[in-house]
Write a protein of this length. Structure first.
Length: 161
């Protein structure tokens, strides 16, 4: 049997400038417009503040999570969670943008786990997380390349509801 990985990761290249991708990624109210894995997020994005996530692991059922914002610097977002002590279970999710050229951006999202429960959690949810991260990246790509993130377009659908 292959060892259980410590991280779940997905990457995609987006045909858009990094600033446009960043506007969409940091517009938390607009996540439901493009992110099928995490269709609802509530947070200030201030480091140390809570982030409330509705995560869709399987089918249309969502699981609600409360985590803590760990990173919000240009082109990098992150949040973490722990169950009990860090020795039991700790994970940090990061989303990183890297400029490939003036009109192309690399998106990477990764969630790395440590602790005694890591093999159990990743054994139960790792494949669903991998699919979700892939779908998140592809949703971001489709939304940005379709014009979301241009001036006046960020989160417009949510504000019209």
């Amino acid at each position: 049997m292959a060892p259980i990985p410590k991280c779940v990761r997905a990457e995609v290249e987006i045909d858009a400038p990094i600033d446009r991708v960043w506007r969409v990624l940091t517009n938390i109210q607009g996540y439901g417009d493009w992110n099928p894995f995490t269709p609802k997020v509530e947070t200030t994005l201030e480091v140390g503040d809570p982030i409330y996530l509705s995560v869709r692991l399987v089918g249309n059922r969502t699981m609600n999570r409360v985590e803590t914002v760990t990173r919000n610097q240009p082109y990098t977002l992150g949040w973490d969670m722990k169950m009990g002590s860090r020795a039991l279970l700790y994970a940090e999710r990061v989303q990183v943008l890297t400029s490939i050229s003036e009109s192309r951006t690399h998106y990477m999202t990764e969630d790395c786990f440590t602790g005694w429960l890591r093999p159990i959690v990743l054994g139960l949810f790792g494949r669903a997380m991998q699919r979700g991260f892939r779908d998140c990246g592809l949703g971001l790509k489709k939304a940005v390349e379709g014009g979301l993130g241009e001036a006046g377009e960020v989160g417009r659908k949510n504000h019209e509801r």
